[in-house]
Every structure is written in structure tokens, then in C-alpha cells.
Design a protein around this ligand. Structure first.
Ligand code: UDX
Length: 452
């Protein structure tokens, strides 16, 4: 049993705190937001994350997890202090480090015994050294400490599973003794542990997220080509994925990546490279392809509906992906805005993200279920691949609509079934289906011949 302090009770902090408590450690979770801490003490979580409430409740009940706003209290017995505060996007795409700075200063002022400070937040390469400088500069008296980078790889929606089953743990520090103490903490998770220097650990996080974002933009590029050549990207991805060098994950074409990490991290990595005079062409293309996805879907709706001005369009799903209420950089919100700019009325249904969206985008009308949403719509757009949407009563949905158009931004439906249910269906990168829909009488062109 170790004593741990976790600073920040957002997604990463709360999962980390609950996860380490569940491994039998004593964890004090700190946040400067009094309301959040009060709520947590009453068992009210600031986020929706499957399984988290249960783990929090279990460990609070067992006395292993406590919440506070006081650094002195949180650090009192701590041997390890995790920094898990937000690093939002700054003006030019660089990460905004104000919260990391504030946490480092507060740690420096409150610590009264040697401490290992572990950075979990995604921070620009070099931040670990900077945190060490801040702590040194703000300590009233010199007390030994070490800084270790331990980037998080938690996915929203499966963060508890990811905490308990990490693919690897990455630790970076110039102080190998401190790094191996942090490694001990992670041993019960039975994952490979990579110990390296601070900057390399920080870079591993950015390189991993940039690679995954690249994989998504790659398959979206292939989807565009599939549409033009009459192939089906879903089957292309499945066929590619059997090759272990490629792998089957992150090959779902659709609306592109969103959320709180990929967009911000790819931008931040690009910014860091540019500041050093490098020109990361590939990352620029990854971002451009991703931005195009949202416009492309709106164009597709326009193709089906004709005039968007005055049309009513329903969005199935608002969250940036299923099993979360997170709408940060969610494709659905950009799609709603683009549709509204073209004069359409936008309404939406999402199992958990409607409350947050209504606050942020009050012009989107919320509906209580998919069938109520469909009523009077000229098109539906699948923006989030919630399981609930896979099992809808398709004929009922179709009947409720004014015009049975559906643009499946996540390719969750079978094109043939949709046609059978009476829909005009368009997926993403499904050129084979589009050709059937259009039933062209065009003369066959030789493969590779330019389309006239
Ligand atoms: C991501 C990383 O996976 C995690 O390791 C990191 O630490 C934080 O960022 P998260 O943002 O929760 O996690 O979402 P993830 O499940 O990785 O999906 C990211 C985005 O990519 C979503 O918008 C998703 O819809 C999109 N995506 C994912 C695709 O468009 N296609 C795919 O094949 C996979």
C-alpha cells in the first residue's frame, strides 16, 4: 500500500485516482474546484464514464479514496503526486500549460518531505524539465524531489478497462530510482514497462496519438477513393486488417477523429515541430483530411435532400464517440453548424450528450428518442455509432420521416437492408452501394480510364 496524491479530478485524474485506490493504495484526490470536490464527496461524479462510479464508490467506502481541495492535506502522507490537470489548446495550437504551472507551484509550496512528482497530463516535450524548475524555484526550503513522466493512454468510454489493462506503461525520468519506484506502483497491472528519459516519454505520447490520427485520416482518404472507384471501404479495411503489420484497429472510415485528445495533440505536435523550424507535411495532411470529413457529410446530405435551406435534418448522436457524453470537438456539432449556415433546421437525439449540447448549442432542438427525431425530417445523419442505433425499428423510422434519406457517417448499417426498409442510404466510402442507389445507365469505362 502506497500513499498517493492525484491532482485534478477530470477524466484522467479521477480514473487514475480510483484505479490506484482499487489496487489497494491510499489515494487523496485533489481539485481546486470546491463544487466538484463537494459533489464527489456526495458520490456525484463530474463525468459520465462506464464503471467509474462503481469503482469510486467501492474505494470511498473502503476508506482508500478521499477528496480534498487542500494541497497540504493531499500531500501530507504522499510519496507520489500525480499531476493530471487539463492542458487545453492554446492560441496557435500549442498546449496551454497554466494549470500544470499552478499545480507545480502549489506542490512546491505545500510539500514538506521528499516527493516523486509524476506528470500524467499530455504536455509539450520538455515540460517535465520545466516542472522541475518551477518546483525548485517555488520551494520555501530545498526538499528533494524527482519528476517522472507517465503519459496516459486512456480512452474515454473504456477508461477503467484501459487503466486496468494497459498495453504498456511508459515512464520517463533522469532519476532512474524514482522511475523504478513508479514502475513498482504499476507492477500489479502486469503490462510491459518502458523506462526512458523525460523527453522521450513525453514524445511517445504525441507520436502514439499522431500515428492513430494518421491511421484514421489514411482510411478516410481511402474511403474517398473507394467512392470514386466503386469499392467498399469497410471491406477494404477488413481485408487490410488481417495483416498484422497493419492491424484491424483504427481503420473505421467516417466522420474523422474528434474528442479532447487527437485534434489537440496533432496540432500541438505540429506546433512544436514548426517552432523548431521543421515542416511536418504528413501531420498537416492528416488534419486537412480530418477537417474535410465534416464538410463532406453536409454535402452528401445536400445531394440527397436537394435544397438545404428550410430543410429539417436530424442528427443521430452528438457525443464524439459512443459511451461518453463528451462533445468536445464532436463532428456532430460542426455538422450541425454547417447545416445551419446553409439554412437547415437541425434537431438531434443522443442517449447521454443532449444536456451538454443544449447548453453549448441551444439552436439544436433535442428530441426524446430516434423516432420522435425522425418525424418530419428530410434526412437523418448518423454522427455517433451508439449501439442503440444499430437495433432501431427501421421501417418505423423510415415511415416517420418526411423523406427517407439517411447519411450514415459511421457506416453502422447494411446498405441492402436500408434499401429494403425503404431508405435512400448513403454511407461513407461505399462506392458499390452508391452505384446501386444511382442505378446509372452510363456506358462502362475501362478500369483506370478517366471519367468524363
Ligand atoms: C484517445 C487515445 O485513444 C488515448 O490513448 C489517448 O490517451 C486519448 O485520446 P479518446 O479520445 O478517448 O482516446 O478516443 P478514441 O477511442 O481513441 O477515438 C478518437 C477519435 O477517433 C474518435 O472521434 C473516434 O470516433 C475516431 N475514430 C477512432 C475513427 O474515426 N475511426 C477509428 O477507426 C477509430
Amino acid at each position: 500500500m502506497k500513499n498517493i496524491c492525484v491532482i485534478g479530478v477530470g477524466y484522467v485524474g479521477l480514473v487514475t485516482a480510483a484505479g490506484f485506490a482499487d489496487l489497494g493504495n491510499r489515494v487523496s484526490a485533489l481539485d481546486i474546484n470546491q463544487e466538484r470536490i463537494d459533489h464527489l464527496r456526495q458520490g456525484i461524479l463530474p463525468i459520465f464514464e462506464p464503471g467509474l462510479e462503481e469503482v469510486v464508490r467501492r474505494n470511498v467506502g473502503a476508506g482508500r479514496l478521499t477528496f480534498t481541495t487542500s494541497y497540504a492535506e493531499a500531500l501530507q502522507a504522499a510519496e507520489f503526486a500525480f499531476i493530471a490537470v487539463g492542458t487545453p489548446e492554446g492560441v496557435d495550437g500549442e498546449a496551454d500549460l497554466q494549470y500544470v504551472r499552478a499545480a507545480a507551484e502549489a506542490i512546491a509550496r505545500a510539500m514538506n518531505h521528499p516527493l516523486i512528482v509524476i506528470n500524467k497530463s499530455t504536455v509539450p516535450v520538455g515540460t517535465g524539465d520545466w516542472v522541475a524548475d518551477i518546483i525548485r524555484a517555488h520551494q520555501p526550503e530545498s526538499i528533494p524531489f524527482a519528476v517522472v513522466s507517465c503519459p496516459e493512454f486512456l480512452r474515454e468510454g473504456s477508461a477503467i478497462f484501459d487503466f486496468q489493462n494497459p498495453a504498456r506503461t511508459v515512464l520517463g525520468s533522469l532519476d532512474r530510482e524514482a522511475a523504478s519506484k513508479v514502475a513498482q506502483l504499476h507492477l500489479p497491472l502486469r503490462a510491459p514497462i518502458v523506462i526512458t528519459d523525460l523527453r522521450t516519454a513525453e514524445m511517445i505520447k504525441y507520436a502514439s496519438n499522431a500515428f492513430l490520427a494518421t491511421k484514421i485520416s489514411f482510411i478516410n482518404e481511402i474511403a474517398n477513393i473507394c467512392e470514386a472507384l466503386g469499392a467498399d471501404v469497410k471491406e477494404v479495411a477488413a481485408g487490410m486488417g488481417y495483416d498484422p503489420r497493419i492491424g484491424r484497429y483504427f481503420l473505421d472510415a467516417g466522420l474523422g477523429y474528434g474528442g479532447s485528445c487527437f485534434p489537440k495533440d496533432v496540432k500541438a505536435l505540429t506546433y512544436m515541430a514548426q517552432v523548431q523550424g521543421r515542416n511536418p507535411h504528413l501531420l498537416a495532411a492528416v488534419m486537412e483530411i480530418n477537417d474535410d470529413r465534416r464538410r463532406l457529410i453536409v454535402d452528401r446530405v445536400a445531394e440527397l435532400v436537394g435544397e438545404l435551406h428550410g430543410a429539417t435534418i436530424g442528427l443521430l448522436g452528438l457525443a464524439f464517440k459512443p459511451n461518453t457524453d463528451d462533445i468536445r470537438d464532436a463532428p456532430a456539432l460542426s455538422i450541425a453548424r454547417l447545416l445551419q449556415e446553409r439554412g437547415a433546421q437541425v434537431r438531434a437525439y443522443d442517449p447521454v450528450a443532449m444536456e451538454g449540447t443544449a447548453r453549448l448549442a441551444p439552436s439544436i432542438e433535442m428530441k426524446p428518442d430516434p423516432y420522435a427525431l425522425a418525424e418530419g425530417c428530410q434526412a437523418l445523419v448518423v454522427c455517433t455509432e451508439w449501439n442503440e442505433f444499430r437495433n432501431l425499428d427501421l421501417p418505423r423510422l423510415c415511415k416517420a420521416m418526411r423523406k427517407p434519406n439517411i447519411v450514415d457517417g459511421r457506416n453502422i448499417y447494411d446498405a441492402g437492408e436500408m434499401r429494403q426498409a425503404g431508405f435512400h442510404y448513403r454511407g461513407v466510402g461505399r462506392g458499390y452501394n452508391d452505384a446501386l442507389e444511382a442505378k446509372p445507365a452510363a456506358a462502362a469505362a475501362a478500369p483506370g480510364e478517366k471519367r468524363r
